[in-house]
Design a binder for this molecule. Structure first.
Ligand SMILES: *[C@@H]1O[C@H](CO)[C@@H](O)[C@H](O)[C@H]1NC(C)=O
Ligand SMILES: *[C@@H]1O[C@H](CO)[C@@H](O)[C@H](O)[C@H]1NC(C)=O
Ligand SMILES: *[C@@H]1O[C@H](CO)[C@@H](O)[C@H](O)[C@H]1NC(C)=O
Ligand SMILES: *[C@@H]1O[C@H](CO)[C@@H](O)[C@H](O)[C@H]1NC(C)=O
Ligand SMILES: *[C@@H]1O[C@H](CO)[C@@H](O)[C@H](O)[C@H]1NC(C)=O
Ligand SMILES: *[C@@H]1O[C@H](CO)[C@@H](O)[C@H](O)[C@H]1NC(C)=O
Length: 806
């Protein structure tokens, strides 16, 4: 694709935001000449004049309520009132429009780095909506599928002869059924089933069923003397990130891995329970296959050849050993898995011979599968072929910008565009459709004279599916600017594939979210007037990984949130929504319109929620972060870790901690003393109390400033106004930099890319969030000396955070 390449290079010199220069906080310059001094003095005077007389006027709402919007919004310092903006953002997003965008994105393949016309189309739509947008490209190392095969061979005695020969007993289709109702499934150029970052290979060997392929599942097999070396693993999806299943197989000397989806993990929405199969009903189509990345995500996301720096053309590349698998793997459907599983019936341990973890969610028992582990005898072998083409190729983020009055306070919002399949109506294009509606609505506000107070950046990321590549490389490239200016990042990946609202966030953003969900009407009101907030359990999870917020939150220390609507597996029967056939051909427009979100009302709701949330962050004069909530959350996390240590001493565990422990190695003999760690916990609590005190103080000062800013200040009290402006700017700086205080330059043990001491993806789960990862992992390893080191690091960052608020 040389022509595309040229295009991208000409674009890449002028990324919109690269021209926004913001000095990092507290940077000191060494000026040696008088001339330089004079230039600076002159500039400063001009700047001061502007800041003193124009910015405060634009900034404070007292002024904003009284002026009529000027006809030329981009160059005026006036704006429409916040209430009017909110009304636009609540009324403008339309289900029909979201449906139109969804139809476009799901019309053809858009794997990372593969569909430049979708990039241009996205940029053009945003420009049509009135937002300046550019394309930022990176050259990244990724794979595309060439071929695959999975066959079960049996050695049979040939008739009338002593010799025996190999016969194919079963040839897996590795294809999803083409459905008449669902045109996406029959596209000529649909994407084959494969794994991102999987290794090419052609292996033939006996195979072993390894349950979910967690660390402890493999340990159970080792303890049961099941031979693994030289065999192929057959693992169920679920529980932990798929790449980690393959990593452990590889570490144990296995030579290939086959991953299948078990309907036992679909809750109550199954054929076994009498629910119709897609397309006739909401249960999983038996041929559906989960594609997905097998990168070792919890070590570092992004381009594996450029850890920590942007994948610009010509940069040095690192070897990928240790960050992606070296053994071949392929994903299959349960239809293709059935003959392999059945062939193991009666061979090797059965689930009841192992432990309770092997007896969960056995969704194919009703089809005659006993779930014996094998290994298959030497005359029953699998041939697994995986052919991947590895290339270094451009991918493209679309970045839109609305400059605010303030250029050094920036809100970034984003969604990824790339999908594993031609469709991707849920993942990610329900989010892309909602994002277009958010941007279109902001465009309408601009046309009515709105100018945001803070700068807003919109991102359509590429390459998320392979390993959060587009967003990670972008954050790595713009780190100095983001560190200095970025107030928050708002991510929506899957906007909707079900009726139940879900969110994960830095606690700084909790209050802002509670406020906004109470303003958004629910698309499914059983009582008139119900909001999204009324139908939500108000549970905000801790940030793990698995989407584009990771580089913002865990690498750059920018408070982030991730939200969307999904199925509710706890709901009775199929009231929690249809089975979401993740990363399969059935995540299509037809599925979305029939089962996922008929009428696209949840798309519209998500666009309103996202837009209003962004507007709150961008428009409220005092940044609406809440430090008290962060301090309270930290106290809670400390108590949890303490409980965990107590449990480790007493040797007791909870169901939840046991489940989590299935993912990681058994602890070795303790290193260092538990009681010493216990003692230093007191210091952690003291640090957290001082942070809480400082946070309460800061929040109440900020609340007082917010109140003053809300009052009408007559023009002749301009000095009060200017003074208030500077106080608010000071308070806002403290909010802006609070999350950064929790970064630790050296990073986590063994994965230095992850800099945040409070949040990281679990090392052995990949997706789920771990709090105090350095400390928790030390305790899990029973390395109490290292735990003590982490207590010290954490205490240091908490004290630093408390000081930063004073
Ligand atoms: C935003 O402002 C910066 C600095 O003044 C400028 O360089 C940039 O072109 C502006 N971007 C847009 C999209 O207006
Ligand atoms: C790119 O995406 C568009 C819109 O979804 C689709 O129509 C087209 O077939 C895709 N192009 C390629 C080369 O896959
Ligand atoms: C895989 O290896 C076997 C044995 O060497 C060979 O016969 C077969 O042709 C290979 N398959 C492919 C697709 O390369
Ligand atoms: C596994 O083998 C070891 C050593 O040969 C033996 O002591 C142990 O009992 C075996 N365990 C099982 C579950 O067969
Ligand atoms: C709306 O909510 C009711 C009650 O929670 C539920 O039974 C119904 O299935 C929901 N409908 C949709 C379309 O989500
Ligand atoms: C900040 O959070 C605390 C604790 O949840 C709450 O009491 C307080 O009202 C919040 N302040 C604001 C301004 O939202």
């Amino acid at each position: 694709m040389p022509r595309l390449h040229e295009k991208m290079e000409s674009n890449e010199r002028t990324p919109l935001i690269a021209t926004v220069h913001v000095a990092p906080p507290r940077q000191r310059y060494q000026h040696s000449t008088v001339r330089r001094f004079c230039t600076i003095a002159l500039c400063s005077t001009l700047l001061m004049a502007t800041v003193f007389f124009l910015v405060p006027l634009a900034f404070l709402p007292g002024h904003r309520h009284h002026r009529q919007p000027l006809p030329s919004p981009h160059h005026s310092t006036t704006s429409i009132p916040y209430k009017e903006l909110q009304a636009i953002l609540l009324n403008e997003p339309k289900a029909e429009k979201a449906q139109e965008w969804s139809k476009y994105y799901t019309a053809g393949p858009h794997l990372a780095g593969k569909n430049y016309s979708q990039v241009l189309w996205t940029q053009e739509r945003w420009e049509d909506f009135g937002i300046k947008a550019g394309i930022v490209a990176y050259d990244v190392y990724i794979n595309y599928p060439l071929g695959h095969r999975l066959a079960l061979y049996e050695k049979k005695k040939a008739k009338d002869s002593e010799a025996s020969e190999w016969k194919v007993k079963f040839e897996a289709s590795l294809e999803e059924d083409v459905l008449e109702e669902d045109p996406t499934t029959g596209l000529e150029n649909r994407i084959p089933t494969f794994h991102g970052y999987s290794a090419s290979g052609n292996v033939t060997a006996p195979y072993v069923y390894v349950n979910y392929g967690t660390y402890q599942d493999y340990e159970d097999l080792v303890n049961a003397n099941v031979s693994l070396k030289g065999k192929i693993a057959l693992a169920k999806y679920g529980g932990i990130f798929r790449g980690l299943k393959i990593k452990r197989a590889q570490d144990l000397g296995m030579i290939g891995a086959v991953l299948f989806t078990d309907p036992g993990d679909d809750g109550g929405v199954t054929e076994e329970n009498g629910v119709g199969l897609y397309p006739d009903g909401p249960a999983r189509n038996p041929s559906s296959v989960q594609r997905g990345s097998t990168q070792f995500l919890s070590v570092a996301p992004g381009d594996p050849t450029t850890p920590g720096y942007p994948s610009k053309p010509g940069v040095p590349r690192q070897p990928v050993d240790g960050s992606i698998p070296s053994i071949p793997s392929i994903p299959i459907s349960y239809v293709d898995a059935l003959p392999l599983l059945k062939a193991l019936n009666g061979i090797g341990p059965a689930p009841k011979d192992l432990n309770k973890w092997w007896e969960r969610n056995l969704g194919l028992k009703y089809k005659g599968v006993e779930y014996n582990v094998g290994p298959s005898p030497d005359d029953l072998v699998l041939n697994l072929v995986n052919e991947q083409e590895y290339v270094t190729t451009p991918l493209w983020n679309v970045i839109g910008v609305i400059n605010g009055t303030l250029l050094d306070e920036v809100i970034v919002i984003g969604n990824h565009r790339d999908a594993w399949i031609a469709g991707g109506a849920g993942d990610p294009n329900s989010g892309s459709a909602a994002l277009n509606e958010v941007i279109r609505s902001f465009g309408v506000a601009l046309s009515k004279g709105w100018k945001p107070l803070r700068t807003i950046v919109f991102a359509s990321w590429d390459g998320e599916e392979y390993g959060l590549i587009g967003s990670t490389e972008w954050v790595e490239e713009y780190l100095p600017w983001l560190s200095a200016a970025n107030v928050a990042y708002v991510n929506v990946d899957v906007a909707t594939v079900g009726p139940s609202f879900k969110a994960a966030a830095s606690p700084l953003l909790n209050q802002a979210l509670y406020d906004i969900v109470s303003k958004i009407p629910s698309p499914n009101q059983t009582i008139s007037g119900q909001t999204v907030g009324d139908l939500w359990d108000h549970k905000i999870s801790t940030m793990g990984s698995g989407s584009d917020f990771t580089a913002f939150q865990d690498f750059a220390g920018i408070p982030s949130i991730d939200m969307g609507f999904g199925p509710d597996p706890e709901a009775p029967g199929d009231t929690g929504g249809a089975v979401y056939q993740y990363h399969s051909n059935y995540d299509s427009f037809y599925w979305m319109n029939t089962y996922g979100d008929p009428g696209f009302h949840y798309h519209e709701t998500m666009a309103k929620l996202w837009a209003l949330f962004t507007a709150k962050l961008a428009e409220t004069p005092v940044i609406p972060l809440n430090a008290t909530d962060y301090a309270l959350a930290i106290q809670g996390y400390i108590s949890n870790v303490e409980t965990k240590i107590d449990a480790a001493i007493a040797g007791t565990t909870t169901e939840e901690s046991e489940l989590e422990a299935r993912g990681r190695p058994s602890p070795s003999a303790p290193i260092g003393s538990i009681s010493k760690v216990k003692i230093s916990f007191r210091k952690l609590h003291e640090a957290a109390s001082s942070l809480l005190a400082a946070a309460i103080n800061h929040d109440s000062w900020a609340a007082k400033l917010a109140e003053e800013a809300g009052e009408d200040i007559p023009w002749w009290k301009w000095f009060t106004k200017v003074k208030l402006y500077f106080h608010i700017r000071r308070a806002n700086d403290k909010y802006k930099f609070l999350e950064r205080q929790f970064l630790y330059k050296e990073g986590l043990d063994g994965r230095p890319w992850f800099k945040h001491v409070i949040f990281a993806p679990g090392l052995w789960t990949g997706y789920a969030g771990a709090v105090f990862p350095g400390l928790q992992e030390s305790i899990d390893d029973r390395d109490f000396r290292n735990a003590k080191k982490w207590v010290g690091i954490i205490e240091g960052t908490i004290i630093k955070a408390a000081k930063s608020l004073k």
